[in-house]
Ligand binder design. Structure first.
Ligand SMILES: [Zn+2]
Length: 362
């Protein structure tokens, strides 16, 4: 018998192969949308979209993996567990499911949070015709976050700048400045882009074509990197006061956190991918959350992103340092070992169950 961890993968190619095979074995419809770039092994990259249930089902469960590339190992493992456990066959007659595997397949394959343009997909869904939000804290920290070299002197200088900022604004103030998103430094961290990315265009098309006739959408976007090891935090990124926020509160209760009221481990972010659902399927009621799994302390997670950013701009992926940075990155967003995978799946099954109950009662 397979263990829970066997449903998780060690490479993008393995994850994709398992996902597509599980879809075929469970009678799902599959469309594969090709990303224009290639993986590190030269392999092609896709956003794979599996569909279950009758055409134009009034209620749709939506699961998303790899909005943040490397975080896709988590969502992929959860989805493959869900499929192999036979959950798709238990959906009510009026409820379908859409599983989006490889939202950002480039980052998934290259062990990066960002996409092929160094863009953070979850900061890219802003209105690009309007002035971008200004992140003054990031501008102050930009040079320290991306030092010209990773040597002792330069690291000591950036540490001094970052420590001083954290002292003045607090640890969460520092985290917010770094991770809220920025639109001024295209080579920097958490860059939201200066136009809609391939993922942005592609997922909007998927939402229009697959969910345009839906009456109610319950969406879970899988993430990793914040919170206690293996804990899955249900984060609402909709504005408090919106219909989506109220619906999520009804489905997920008091345990659900919000970036906007300070109850979440995440900073307030601008331009999240979930924003696209109400825009592209305006006639459907929408309830979307990020399911954020903890891995390691946040300073290590931010340091992993910083090293990965530096490596792809200044470093050599094939050097010993490059391999060490990649291994550090991978572990911070996808901890090795069966225990974390087991916690991910148990929580995913629980939260997906809550979404299905919410859909049933709506
Ligand atoms: Zn994430």
């Amino acid at each position: 018998m397979r263990s829970v961890a066997d449903h998780f993968s060690q490479s993008y190619a393995e994850a994709r192969e398992k996902f597509c095979a599980a879809v075929a074995a469970t009678g799902g419809g599959l469309r594969s949308l090709r990303n224009p770039t290639l993986g590190p092994d030269g392999g092609r990259l896709f956003m794979d979209v599996a569909r279950y249930g009758v055409d134009d089902a009034p209620k749709m469960l939506v699961l998303m993996a790899a909005t943040h590339g490397v975080e896709g190992y988590c969502g992929s493992g959860a989805m493959i567990n869900w499929l192999r456990a036979g959950r798709a066959a238990t959906l009510p007659a009026d409820t379908g499911a859409l599983l989006i595997h490889g939202v950002n397949p480039h980052g998934f394959a290259w062990i990066r949070r960002v996409n092929e343009d160094n863009v953070d997909i979850n900061r890219n869904f802003v209105d690009h015709a309007k002035p971008y939000p200004v992140n003054a804290g990031y501008i102050e920290l930009a040079d320290a976050l991306k030092p010209a070299s990773y040597d002792e002197a330069s690291l000591a200088e950036s540490k001094r700048v970052m420590d001083a900022f954290a002292q003045q604004h607090g640890a969460f103030g520092f985290q917010s400045a770094v991770s809220a998103g920025q639109y001024t430094h295209p080579q920097g961290l958490f860059f939201g882009g200066n136009k809609p990315t391939w993922t942005n265009h592609t997922i909007r098309r998927v939402i229009r074509e697959e969910l345009g006739q839906t009456q109610i959408i319950g969406c879970i976007d899988f993430h990793t990197g914040l919170g206690p090891f293996g804990h899955g935090e249900m984060i609402n990124v909709s504005p408090p006061g919106s219909a989506a926020f109220a619906l999520a509160k009804k489905w997920y209760g008091q345990e659900m956190t919000s970036t906007e009221d300070g109850s979440s481990t995440s900073a307030i972010v601008t331009g999240a991918v979930l924003d696209a659902f109400p825009q592209e399927a305006p006639y459907a009621a929408f309830c979307g959350i990020a399911l954020e799994y903890g891995t390691y302390p946040v300073d290590e997670v931010l340091e992993a992103v910083r090293r990965d950013n530096w490596l792809h701009i200044h470093g050599d992926l094939n050097s010993a340092q490059g391999r060490a940075f990649k291994a550090y990155m991978r572990e911070r967003f996808y901890p090795a070992g069966a225990r974390w995978a087991e916690m991910v799946w148990a929580r995913a099954d629980e939260v997906i169950g809550m979404a299905l109950r919410g859909l049933a009662q709506s």
